[in-house]
Design a protein around this ligand. Sequence first.
Ligand code: PLP
Length: 391
Amino acid sequence: MGVSEKMSRLGTETAFDVLAKAGRLQAQGMDIINLGIGQPDFPTPDHIVEAGVKALRDGHHGYTGANGILELREAVAKDILDRKSVEINPDNILIMPGGKVTMSFAIEMFGEAGAEILYPNPGFPIYESMIRYSGAKPVPIPLLEKNKFSFDADEVLSLITDKTRLIILNSPANPTGGVVPKEEIDKLVKGLQAFPDVYILSDEIYSRMTYDGLEHVSLLSYPEIRDRLIVLDGWSKTYAMTGWRLGWGYWPDALVPLANRLCVNYHSCVNAPTQYAGIAALEGDQTPVDEMMTAFDARRHLIYERLNALKSISCVMPKGAFYAFPNISKTGLDSRTFQNRFLEEEGVATIAGTSFGEYGEGYVRFSYANSIENISLAMSRLETFLNKIKG
Ligand code: PLP
Protein backbone atom coordinates (compact mmCIF):
# COMPACT_ATOMS: atom_id res chain seq x y z
CA MET A 1 0.00 0.00 0.00
CA GLY A 2 1.24 3.48 -0.75
CA VAL A 3 0.02 5.12 2.46
CA SER A 4 2.47 7.17 4.46
CA GLU A 5 4.67 5.64 7.16
CA LYS A 6 3.10 7.79 9.84
CA MET A 7 -0.24 5.98 9.39
CA SER A 8 1.38 2.92 10.95
CA ARG A 9 1.97 4.97 14.10
CA LEU A 10 -1.66 5.97 14.57
CA GLY A 11 -3.34 4.10 17.45
CA THR A 12 -7.01 3.81 18.32
CA GLU A 13 -9.51 3.69 21.16
CA THR A 14 -10.28 0.12 22.24
CA ALA A 15 -13.60 1.32 23.66
CA PHE A 16 -15.00 1.46 20.14
CA ASP A 17 -13.76 -2.08 19.37
CA VAL A 18 -15.30 -3.43 22.57
CA LEU A 19 -18.55 -1.64 21.73
CA ALA A 20 -18.58 -3.33 18.30
CA LYS A 21 -17.81 -6.76 19.79
CA ALA A 22 -20.51 -6.32 22.45
CA GLY A 23 -22.93 -5.40 19.64
CA ARG A 24 -22.04 -8.57 17.72
CA LEU A 25 -22.56 -10.76 20.79
CA GLN A 26 -25.89 -9.05 21.45
CA ALA A 27 -26.98 -9.69 17.86
CA GLN A 28 -26.21 -13.40 18.49
CA GLY A 29 -28.67 -13.31 21.38
CA MET A 30 -26.35 -12.75 24.36
CA ASP A 31 -27.60 -10.49 27.15
CA ILE A 32 -24.96 -7.75 27.32
CA ILE A 33 -24.35 -5.15 30.03
CA ASN A 34 -22.16 -2.38 28.70
CA LEU A 35 -19.80 -0.95 31.30
CA GLY A 36 -17.29 -0.27 28.56
CA ILE A 37 -18.40 2.93 26.95
CA GLY A 38 -17.53 6.36 28.33
CA GLN A 39 -20.70 8.30 27.82
CA PRO A 40 -23.62 9.30 30.03
CA ASP A 41 -26.63 7.00 29.68
CA PHE A 42 -28.94 10.02 30.00
CA PRO A 43 -30.58 11.81 27.07
CA THR A 44 -29.52 15.35 26.20
CA PRO A 45 -31.86 17.62 28.21
CA ASP A 46 -34.97 18.68 26.24
CA HIS A 47 -34.30 22.41 26.22
CA ILE A 48 -30.92 21.80 24.56
CA VAL A 49 -32.43 19.55 21.89
CA GLU A 50 -35.15 22.15 21.26
CA ALA A 51 -32.55 24.89 20.81
CA GLY A 52 -30.77 22.78 18.17
CA VAL A 53 -34.02 22.06 16.32
CA LYS A 54 -35.03 25.73 16.52
CA ALA A 55 -31.66 26.79 15.10
CA LEU A 56 -32.27 24.58 12.07
CA ARG A 57 -35.81 25.96 11.65
CA ASP A 58 -34.47 29.50 12.03
CA GLY A 59 -32.23 28.88 9.06
CA HIS A 60 -28.84 28.37 10.66
CA HIS A 61 -27.77 26.05 7.89
CA GLY A 62 -24.58 27.66 6.74
CA TYR A 63 -20.92 27.84 7.70
CA THR A 64 -20.00 29.85 10.78
CA GLY A 65 -16.64 31.38 11.53
CA ALA A 66 -14.00 28.64 11.93
CA ASN A 67 -13.62 29.54 15.61
CA GLY A 68 -17.37 29.32 16.30
CA ILE A 69 -20.15 31.88 16.72
CA LEU A 70 -19.35 34.79 19.03
CA GLU A 71 -22.47 34.29 21.17
CA LEU A 72 -21.31 30.77 22.05
CA ARG A 73 -17.72 31.82 22.76
CA GLU A 74 -19.10 34.58 25.01
CA ALA A 75 -21.28 32.04 26.80
CA VAL A 76 -18.20 29.89 27.42
CA ALA A 77 -16.24 32.88 28.76
CA LYS A 78 -19.14 33.78 31.07
CA ASP A 79 -19.39 30.20 32.30
CA ILE A 80 -15.67 30.23 33.14
CA LEU A 81 -16.10 33.55 34.94
CA ASP A 82 -19.11 32.30 36.94
CA ARG A 83 -17.59 28.96 37.80
CA LYS A 84 -13.89 29.74 38.19
CA SER A 85 -13.85 33.53 38.70
CA VAL A 86 -11.39 33.75 35.84
CA GLU A 87 -11.81 36.38 33.13
CA ILE A 88 -11.21 35.07 29.62
CA ASN A 89 -11.42 36.90 26.30
CA PRO A 90 -13.92 35.04 24.03
CA ASP A 91 -11.36 35.45 21.25
CA ASN A 92 -9.16 32.91 23.05
CA ILE A 93 -11.94 30.31 22.85
CA LEU A 94 -12.21 28.08 19.78
CA ILE A 95 -15.32 25.97 19.30
CA MET A 96 -14.43 22.46 18.19
CA PRO A 97 -16.23 19.32 16.92
CA GLY A 98 -15.83 17.60 20.31
CA GLY A 99 -13.21 17.79 23.01
CA LYS A 100 -10.87 15.45 21.19
CA VAL A 101 -9.97 17.84 18.40
CA THR A 102 -8.37 20.38 20.76
CA MET A 103 -6.09 17.57 21.93
CA SER A 104 -5.19 16.52 18.40
CA PHE A 105 -4.48 20.10 17.35
CA ALA A 106 -2.29 20.79 20.39
CA ILE A 107 -0.28 17.62 19.84
CA GLU A 108 0.03 18.33 16.13
CA MET A 109 1.21 21.86 16.89
CA PHE A 110 4.04 20.78 19.21
CA GLY A 111 4.85 17.26 18.07
CA GLU A 112 7.58 16.44 15.57
CA ALA A 113 10.61 14.16 15.35
CA GLY A 114 13.07 15.02 18.12
CA ALA A 115 10.40 16.53 20.40
CA GLU A 116 9.12 14.91 23.61
CA ILE A 117 5.59 15.14 24.96
CA LEU A 118 4.65 14.06 28.50
CA TYR A 119 1.26 12.40 28.90
CA PRO A 120 -0.68 10.57 31.64
CA ASN A 121 -0.39 6.78 31.64
CA PRO A 122 -2.85 5.17 32.12
CA GLY A 123 -4.66 7.89 30.22
CA PHE A 124 -6.97 8.64 27.34
CA PRO A 125 -5.47 6.50 24.52
CA ILE A 126 -5.58 9.23 21.90
CA TYR A 127 -2.79 11.18 23.66
CA GLU A 128 -0.21 8.49 22.95
CA SER A 129 -1.67 7.72 19.53
CA MET A 130 -1.45 11.33 18.36
CA ILE A 131 1.99 11.89 19.90
CA ARG A 132 3.38 8.90 17.99
CA TYR A 133 1.59 10.01 14.82
CA SER A 134 3.16 13.47 15.12
CA GLY A 135 6.63 11.91 15.24
CA ALA A 136 7.34 13.07 18.80
CA LYS A 137 8.46 10.73 21.57
CA PRO A 138 5.70 9.92 24.09
CA VAL A 139 7.03 10.16 27.65
CA PRO A 140 4.60 8.59 30.14
CA ILE A 141 3.70 10.24 33.43
CA PRO A 142 2.91 7.15 35.55
CA LEU A 143 -0.35 7.44 37.46
CA LEU A 144 -0.19 4.99 40.32
CA GLU A 145 -2.80 3.48 42.59
CA LYS A 146 -0.67 4.32 45.65
CA ASN A 147 -1.05 8.02 44.72
CA LYS A 148 -4.80 7.53 44.17
CA PHE A 149 -3.99 7.87 40.47
CA SER A 150 -2.88 11.47 40.80
CA PHE A 151 0.50 12.54 39.45
CA ASP A 152 3.42 13.43 41.63
CA ALA A 153 4.50 16.99 40.67
CA ASP A 154 8.17 16.32 41.42
CA GLU A 155 8.10 13.28 39.18
CA VAL A 156 6.48 15.24 36.33
CA LEU A 157 9.13 17.96 36.65
CA SER A 158 11.90 15.35 36.70
CA LEU A 159 10.72 14.02 33.32
CA ILE A 160 11.22 17.37 31.57
CA THR A 161 14.25 17.55 29.27
CA ASP A 162 15.43 20.18 26.78
CA LYS A 163 13.35 18.30 24.18
CA THR A 164 10.07 18.58 26.11
CA ARG A 165 7.56 20.74 24.25
CA LEU A 166 4.23 19.89 25.83
CA ILE A 167 2.87 18.35 29.03
CA ILE A 168 -0.59 16.83 28.95
CA LEU A 169 -2.61 16.73 32.18
CA ASN A 170 -6.08 15.32 32.77
CA SER A 171 -8.13 15.77 35.92
CA PRO A 172 -10.69 14.37 36.68
CA ALA A 173 -9.18 11.49 34.80
CA ASN A 174 -10.17 8.84 32.36
CA PRO A 175 -9.75 5.87 33.00
CA THR A 176 -9.04 6.09 36.74
CA GLY A 177 -11.58 8.58 38.10
CA GLY A 178 -8.63 10.19 39.89
CA VAL A 179 -8.57 13.89 40.73
CA VAL A 180 -5.28 15.75 41.19
CA PRO A 181 -5.24 17.62 44.54
CA LYS A 182 -4.77 21.40 44.39
CA GLU A 183 -1.48 21.23 46.33
CA GLU A 184 0.03 19.01 43.64
CA ILE A 185 -1.09 21.38 40.87
CA ASP A 186 0.29 24.37 42.83
CA LYS A 187 3.61 22.56 43.13
CA LEU A 188 3.71 21.69 39.45
CA VAL A 189 2.88 25.22 38.31
CA LYS A 190 5.57 26.61 40.61
CA GLY A 191 8.12 24.13 39.27
CA LEU A 192 7.16 24.96 35.68
CA GLN A 193 8.48 28.50 36.18
CA ALA A 194 11.91 26.97 35.60
CA PHE A 195 10.80 25.71 32.15
CA PRO A 196 9.27 28.73 30.41
CA ASP A 197 9.31 27.12 26.95
CA VAL A 198 7.21 24.11 27.91
CA TYR A 199 3.50 24.34 27.04
CA ILE A 200 0.68 22.65 28.95
CA LEU A 201 -2.46 20.98 27.62
CA SER A 202 -4.99 20.56 30.41
CA ASP A 203 -7.77 18.16 29.48
CA GLU A 204 -10.68 19.25 31.67
CA ILE A 205 -13.50 17.46 29.85
CA TYR A 206 -14.75 16.06 33.21
CA SER A 207 -14.46 19.40 35.02
CA ARG A 208 -18.12 19.40 36.13
CA MET A 209 -17.93 15.79 37.31
CA THR A 210 -16.45 15.66 40.79
CA TYR A 211 -17.88 14.15 43.98
CA ASP A 212 -17.85 14.64 47.75
CA GLY A 213 -17.95 18.43 47.34
CA LEU A 214 -14.50 18.38 45.74
CA GLU A 215 -13.97 21.49 43.66
CA HIS A 216 -12.34 21.10 40.29
CA VAL A 217 -9.16 23.16 39.92
CA SER A 218 -8.77 24.51 36.41
CA LEU A 219 -5.29 25.34 35.15
CA LEU A 220 -6.92 28.58 33.97
CA SER A 221 -6.76 29.68 37.63
CA TYR A 222 -2.98 30.16 37.31
CA PRO A 223 -2.24 33.45 35.47
CA GLU A 224 1.51 32.74 35.60
CA ILE A 225 1.18 29.98 32.95
CA ARG A 226 -1.77 31.38 30.99
CA ASP A 227 0.41 32.41 28.02
CA ARG A 228 1.47 28.78 27.47
CA LEU A 229 -1.69 26.98 28.46
CA ILE A 230 -4.21 25.17 26.28
CA VAL A 231 -7.40 23.97 27.97
CA LEU A 232 -9.72 21.33 26.51
CA ASP A 233 -13.32 21.15 27.69
CA GLY A 234 -16.72 20.65 26.13
CA TRP A 235 -20.33 19.60 26.33
CA SER A 236 -20.06 15.83 25.67
CA LYS A 237 -19.99 14.52 29.22
CA THR A 238 -21.56 17.34 31.27
CA TYR A 239 -24.66 17.71 29.11
CA ALA A 240 -24.88 14.15 27.76
CA MET A 241 -24.04 15.40 24.27
CA THR A 242 -21.34 12.98 23.06
CA GLY A 243 -22.95 12.48 19.66
CA TRP A 244 -23.48 16.17 18.96
CA ARG A 245 -19.72 16.68 18.70
CA LEU A 246 -19.21 19.95 20.49
CA GLY A 247 -16.21 21.08 22.50
CA TRP A 248 -14.15 24.16 23.20
CA GLY A 249 -10.51 24.95 23.63
CA TYR A 250 -8.81 27.88 25.33
CA TRP A 251 -5.69 28.93 23.39
CA PRO A 252 -3.14 31.58 24.37
CA ASP A 253 -2.94 34.66 22.08
CA ALA A 254 0.10 33.48 20.13
CA LEU A 255 -1.50 30.15 19.22
CA VAL A 256 -5.02 31.35 18.34
CA PRO A 257 -4.22 32.09 14.66
CA LEU A 258 -2.49 28.72 14.29
CA ALA A 259 -5.35 26.79 15.89
CA ASN A 260 -7.78 28.76 13.74
CA ARG A 261 -5.85 27.76 10.64
CA LEU A 262 -6.03 24.09 11.65
CA CYS A 263 -9.82 24.48 12.01
CA VAL A 264 -10.06 25.91 8.51
CA ASN A 265 -7.95 23.09 7.10
CA TYR A 266 -9.68 20.24 8.92
CA HIS A 267 -13.37 20.99 9.45
CA SER A 268 -14.18 24.61 8.48
CA CYS A 269 -16.48 24.99 11.50
CA VAL A 270 -18.70 23.03 13.88
CA ASN A 271 -22.21 22.52 12.49
CA ALA A 272 -24.26 25.62 13.23
CA PRO A 273 -27.36 24.19 15.00
CA THR A 274 -25.15 22.30 17.46
CA GLN A 275 -23.47 25.57 18.40
CA TYR A 276 -26.86 27.10 19.22
CA ALA A 277 -27.69 24.04 21.31
CA GLY A 278 -24.41 24.67 23.15
CA ILE A 279 -25.57 28.18 24.13
CA ALA A 280 -28.82 26.76 25.52
CA ALA A 281 -26.83 24.20 27.51
CA LEU A 282 -24.63 26.82 29.18
CA GLU A 283 -27.28 29.47 29.72
CA GLY A 284 -30.27 27.25 30.48
CA ASP A 285 -31.43 25.27 33.50
CA GLN A 286 -28.57 23.31 35.12
CA THR A 287 -30.90 21.02 37.10
CA PRO A 288 -30.48 18.10 34.65
CA VAL A 289 -26.69 18.24 35.19
CA ASP A 290 -27.14 18.17 38.97
CA GLU A 291 -29.61 15.29 38.72
CA MET A 292 -27.27 13.31 36.51
CA MET A 293 -24.41 13.84 38.96
CA THR A 294 -26.61 12.71 41.88
CA ALA A 295 -27.40 9.52 39.96
CA PHE A 296 -23.71 8.96 39.11
CA ASP A 297 -22.78 9.44 42.75
CA ALA A 298 -25.20 6.71 43.92
CA ARG A 299 -23.81 4.36 41.26
CA ARG A 300 -20.25 5.25 42.27
CA HIS A 301 -20.93 4.16 45.84
CA LEU A 302 -22.61 0.97 44.68
CA ILE A 303 -19.83 -0.12 42.34
CA TYR A 304 -17.12 0.81 44.84
CA GLU A 305 -18.76 -1.24 47.58
CA ARG A 306 -19.54 -4.24 45.40
CA LEU A 307 -16.03 -4.33 43.89
CA ASN A 308 -14.31 -4.07 47.25
CA ALA A 309 -16.51 -6.83 48.68
CA LEU A 310 -14.79 -9.25 46.27
CA LYS A 311 -11.74 -11.02 47.63
CA SER A 312 -9.49 -10.81 44.59
CA ILE A 313 -10.40 -7.24 43.62
CA SER A 314 -9.71 -3.88 45.22
CA CYS A 315 -10.74 -0.44 44.06
CA VAL A 316 -9.75 3.09 44.99
CA MET A 317 -12.78 5.36 45.47
CA PRO A 318 -13.12 7.39 42.24
CA LYS A 319 -13.34 11.14 42.90
CA GLY A 320 -14.46 12.29 39.48
CA ALA A 321 -15.77 11.32 36.02
CA PHE A 322 -17.81 8.07 35.88
CA TYR A 323 -15.18 5.36 35.92
CA ALA A 324 -13.96 2.86 38.50
CA PHE A 325 -10.50 1.40 37.91
CA PRO A 326 -10.20 -1.69 40.11
CA ASN A 327 -7.00 -3.66 40.61
CA ILE A 328 -7.62 -7.16 39.22
CA SER A 329 -4.06 -8.48 39.47
CA LYS A 330 -4.96 -10.98 42.22
CA THR A 331 -7.37 -12.75 39.85
CA GLY A 332 -4.34 -14.18 38.03
CA LEU A 333 -5.59 -12.84 34.69
CA ASP A 334 -3.91 -10.06 32.75
CA SER A 335 -6.11 -7.08 31.92
CA ARG A 336 -6.79 -8.01 28.30
CA THR A 337 -7.72 -11.62 29.13
CA PHE A 338 -9.99 -10.36 31.91
CA GLN A 339 -11.72 -7.94 29.52
CA ASN A 340 -12.21 -10.58 26.79
CA ARG A 341 -13.32 -13.44 29.02
CA PHE A 342 -15.67 -11.32 31.14
CA LEU A 343 -17.38 -10.12 27.96
CA GLU A 344 -17.46 -13.47 26.15
CA GLU A 345 -18.41 -15.62 29.14
CA GLU A 346 -20.58 -13.33 31.25
CA GLY A 347 -21.72 -10.68 28.77
CA VAL A 348 -20.25 -7.68 30.61
CA ALA A 349 -18.26 -5.17 28.56
CA THR A 350 -15.36 -3.44 30.35
CA ILE A 351 -12.06 -2.05 29.05
CA ALA A 352 -8.63 -3.51 29.85
CA GLY A 353 -6.36 -1.09 31.72
CA THR A 354 -3.67 -1.66 29.09
CA SER A 355 -5.89 0.06 26.52
CA PHE A 356 -4.87 3.22 28.37
CA GLY A 357 -1.14 2.51 28.41
CA GLU A 358 1.32 0.05 29.92
CA TYR A 359 0.81 1.37 33.46
CA GLY A 360 -2.78 0.14 33.19
CA GLU A 361 -1.73 -3.53 33.40
CA GLY A 362 -3.42 -5.18 36.37
CA TYR A 363 -6.49 -2.93 36.12
CA VAL A 364 -9.79 -2.86 34.24
CA ARG A 365 -12.01 0.17 33.62
CA PHE A 366 -15.66 -0.11 34.59
CA SER A 367 -17.83 2.77 33.42
CA TYR A 368 -20.72 3.29 35.82
CA ALA A 369 -22.70 5.31 33.31
CA ASN A 370 -25.35 2.61 33.48
CA SER A 371 -28.41 1.93 35.64
CA ILE A 372 -28.22 0.76 39.27
CA GLU A 373 -29.98 -2.46 38.18
CA ASN A 374 -27.44 -3.17 35.44
CA ILE A 375 -24.47 -2.34 37.68
CA SER A 376 -25.84 -4.71 40.37
CA LEU A 377 -26.36 -7.45 37.81
CA ALA A 378 -22.86 -6.89 36.37
CA MET A 379 -21.37 -7.20 39.86
CA SER A 380 -23.24 -10.47 40.42
CA ARG A 381 -21.91 -11.73 37.11
CA LEU A 382 -18.43 -10.67 38.21
CA GLU A 383 -18.82 -12.80 41.32
CA THR A 384 -19.79 -15.80 39.17
CA PHE A 385 -16.86 -15.12 36.86
CA LEU A 386 -14.33 -14.92 39.70
CA ASN A 387 -15.63 -18.14 41.25
CA LYS A 388 -15.26 -19.83 37.90
CA ILE A 389 -11.64 -18.68 37.45
CA LYS A 390 -10.78 -19.74 40.98
CA GLY A 391 -12.37 -23.14 40.52
N1 PLP B 1 -10.62 13.69 26.99
C1 PLP B 1 -10.91 12.65 27.77
C2 PLP B 1 -10.08 12.43 28.98
C3 PLP B 1 -11.95 11.77 27.45
O1 PLP B 1 -12.23 10.74 28.25
C4 PLP B 1 -12.71 12.02 26.28
C5 PLP B 1 -13.79 11.12 25.87
O2 PLP B 1 -13.96 10.03 26.34
C6 PLP B 1 -12.36 13.11 25.49
C7 PLP B 1 -11.33 13.93 25.87
C8 PLP B 1 -13.06 13.39 24.20
O3 PLP B 1 -14.29 13.98 24.36
P1 PLP B 1 -15.21 14.27 23.10
O4 PLP B 1 -16.16 13.11 22.96
O5 PLP B 1 -15.91 15.55 23.43
O6 PLP B 1 -14.34 14.41 21.90
